[in-house]
Design a protein around this ligand. Structure first.
Ligand code: GLU
Length: 312
């Protein structure tokens, strides 16, 4: 299949089993790509070795398959592409576009909470950009291992999101290599989306605010820019982002409560206006009903996770 502007992907971090919110996002990403007759690939974002596990990757792949989400070609793991990310980091260093940052997590939070003229709230104000070489040497001598930040020069980046419409952000100096030497998510995702030929990124709208950083980096690197559809998150009954603490949220928990993957698919499909509640639907039927311009724009509350619901 030749590359298409709708080639899509799902890129989970294997830090735990997928929950209903992740599965709904995966389903939407699949529907966007397949509706356009495009490729759909799976990428495992396992750069953070401390937070990710191969057994979670296995359960994620198994649960996607059980839902009927299929993908093209081999699964790509970021942990196998680390050399490539370091090459890109070296290129940016060589172009003078980076600087080491010695700030601790606490210092970053403190610096980011102070008001700054040109940057949005929460942005890193560039504290370490202005260090003299003596100040750098002092921090090195204290044994601090620096992260590497991109000089973003408060670039203003705008794009049109397929779900949210026009969006603009001012890019702060963000981390492209962590203090432990691991390439950062924002760098890896940009390199991967370009090299995997992704035309449209469909993902949760918790990642919308970070997208200007990724577009800015793609532009600096001369990489093709994907289009974006940030889909609404799934919330628990308390209105917070769905998480394990909400109860039965994974396919395994839901199976124990009497729900098969097909029942879960019906529930997710109904939440997207693609099925009647509890109507069993095939992936082919969902595809036939899907309208990319009619994706709900507000968060959905997942009620099925309330203890006991499906045992009665
Ligand atoms: N790996 C990220 C996550 O699981 C998603 C990254 C992306 O879709 O760009 O939240």
């Amino acid at each position: 299949m030749s590359p298409s502007t709708h080639d899509g992907r799902f890129a989970p971090s294997p830090s735990g089993p997928l929950h209903a919110g992740n599965l709904r996002t995966a389903l939407l990403a699949w529907l966007f790509a397949r509706h356009a007759g495009a490729r759909f690939v799976l990428r495992i974002e396992d750069l953070d070795r401390a937070a990710t596990r191969p057994e979670h990757e296995r359960s994620q792949l198994r649960d996607l398959a059980a839902m009927g989400v299929d993908w093209d070609g081999p699964v790509v793991r970021q942990s196998e592409r680390v050399d490539r990310y370091h090459d890109v980091i070296d290129e940016l260093v060589g172009r003078g576009l980076t600087y080491p940052c010695y700030c601790t997590r606490r210092e970053v939070l403190e610096a980011a909470s102070a008001p700054h003229e040109h940057l949005p709230e929460g942005a890193y104000p560039g504290t370490c950009r202005r260090l003299s070489s003596a100040q750098r040497a002092e921090r090195e001598a204290a044994g601090r291992s620096p992260s590497l930040r991109l000089r973003a020069e408060a670039a203003r980046v705008s794009f049109i999101d397929r779900v949210h419409g026009p969006f603009e952000g001012i890019v702060d100096d963000f981390v492209i290599r962590r203090g432990d030497g691991t390439p950062a998510y924002n760098l890896a995702v940009v390199v991967d989306d370009a090299e995997q030929g992704i035309g449209e990124v469909v993902r949760g709208d918790d990642l919308l605010a970070g997208t200007p950083r990724q577009l800015h980096l793609a532009r600096l690197l001369g990489l093709p820019e994907p289009s974006y559809a940030h889909v609404p998150l799934v919330l628990g009954p308390d209105g917070e982002r769905l998480a394990k603490r909400h109860g039965a949220v994974t396919l395994e928990d839901l199976a124990a409560a009497g729900m098969t993957p097909v029942t879960v698919r019906s529930l997710l499909a109904a939440s997207l206006g693609l099925a009647e509640p509890e109507e069993p639907v095939t992936m082919a039927e969902l595809l036939a009903r899907f309208d990319p311009s009619a994706v709900p724009t507000t968060a959905w509350v997942f009620e099925a996770c309330q203890a006991g619901d499906h045992e009665r």
